[in-house]
Design a protein around this ligand. Structure first.
Ligand code: SF4
Length: 336
């Protein structure tokens, strides 16, 4: 279900825009029910009121939690089942965040990512994206939503933009706390600035070398790292939020001095934060995680030279839950 199609359906029943907003707001804030009973909505036109139980049921059926995998850092990975039997992963993050999936599978095919290995299966609809947030809100408060789960949000722009608008307008989430994460598709730099809700932007950089980036991200658009940073800088200046550059640290691949020197040259003076994330090893993929001491030394070296660098661990690592692993294990028939 797309949010726009639900609005069209409500309108056909006689709902005014403020009625649509109220129904959607109650859903996304988990506020329509009191101890399991729907709050009275006497102000709605009768046909809309009569359709509400059916609509509630459909919204509830969009996504359900199949398994939960809590980790010591306070995060928890969720394997989420969709109505057609497909599955995606969401992650409850420490400090009131949730990471959601925007596609079942992914067409970008990043060499180090489990999700990328199986290609794209289907788009996740705007309703299913918001339903992941609603599920998370049933577990704990959510004040931040990052689009960093399975999928490339830029390849599902209409659905992702609809979800972002609803979360930012009715969902009580600050616009800078909606984080659109992409490998860098030119369409993103056209659509996001024009949106009613402008999310923060995370750009997957991973290397300063164009040829290596093409190898690591084989089906990402052919923007060089420099072009990507130029586009990012324009968006950062427009919105007033820094770009979050993502750098998955791969042992012996992008952790050498040449990369660090080039990073200084690329990012110095930019309105940016560099998130360094030591790789979360995936069985069957030929990459290694560098030691924590080495990763720490790299981040400190960059920081001392003026690059605002944050060393992060990917949430849920101690439950063997790199993006796509839960789903891959469930498809193998193993206990996810
Ligand atoms: Fe797709 Fe992201 Fe995995 Fe790359 S890292 S294949 S963009 S899900």
């Amino acid at each position: 279900m797309r949010i726009e199609s639900l609005r069209t359906r409500l309108r056909a029943l006689g709902a005014l825009p403020l009625h649509e907003d109220r129904i959607l707001r109650d859903w996304v804030r988990n506020a329509g029910h009191d101890h399991g009973r729907r709050r009275p909505m006497d102000f709605l036109p009768k046909p809309v009121r009569e359709a509400l139980p059916q609509i509630d049921q459909e919204l509830d059926g969009l996504a359900r939690i199949l398994s939960t995998h809590p980790a010591e850092d306070g995060s928890a990975r969720l394997l989420v089942g969709l109505a057609d039997g497909q599955t995606v992963e969401s992650v409850l993050l420490p400090r009131d965040g949730v990471c959601v999936s925007s596609q079942v599978g992914c067409a970008v095919g990043c060499r180090f990512c489990m999700t990328g290995q199986g290609g794209l299966i289907r788009q996740v609809t705007s309703g299913e994206i918001v339903a992941q947030v609603v599920l998370a809100r049933r577990q704990r408060p959510v004040k931040k939503v990052v689009f960093m789960g399975m999928g490339e949000p830029a390849h599902n722009l209409d659905n992702v933009m609809e979800a972002i608008e609803l979360l930012g307008v009715e969902g009580n989430i600050a616009h800078k706390n909606l984080v659109f994460s992409t490998v860098g598709d030119p369409r993103v730099f056209e659509r996001l600035p024009a949106g009613r809700v402008k999310p923060a932007l995370a750009l997957s950089l991973h290397t300063t070398r164009p040829a290596l980036r093409e190898k690591l991200l084989p089906r990402a658009p052919r923007l060089t790292p420099r072009e990507l940073v130029e586009e990012g800088e324009r968006y950062a200046r427009l919105t007033g939020y820094p770009i979050q550059y993502q750098w998955t640290l791969l042992e012996g691949v992008n952790d050498g001095q040449d990369e660090l020197d080039a990073l200084i040259e690329l990012l110095r003076g930019k309105y940016a934060v560099l998130n360094m994330i030591p790789y979360n090893a995936n069985e069957g993929l030929p990459f290694q995680r560098p030691g924590w001491d080495k990763a720490h030394a790299i981040a400190a070296w960059l920081f001392e030279r003026g690059i605002l660098t944050k060393l992060r661990d990917s949430a849920g690592q101690d439950v063997d839950g790199g993006c796509g692993q839960l789903r891959a294990r469930a498809l193998d028939g193993a206990q996810p």
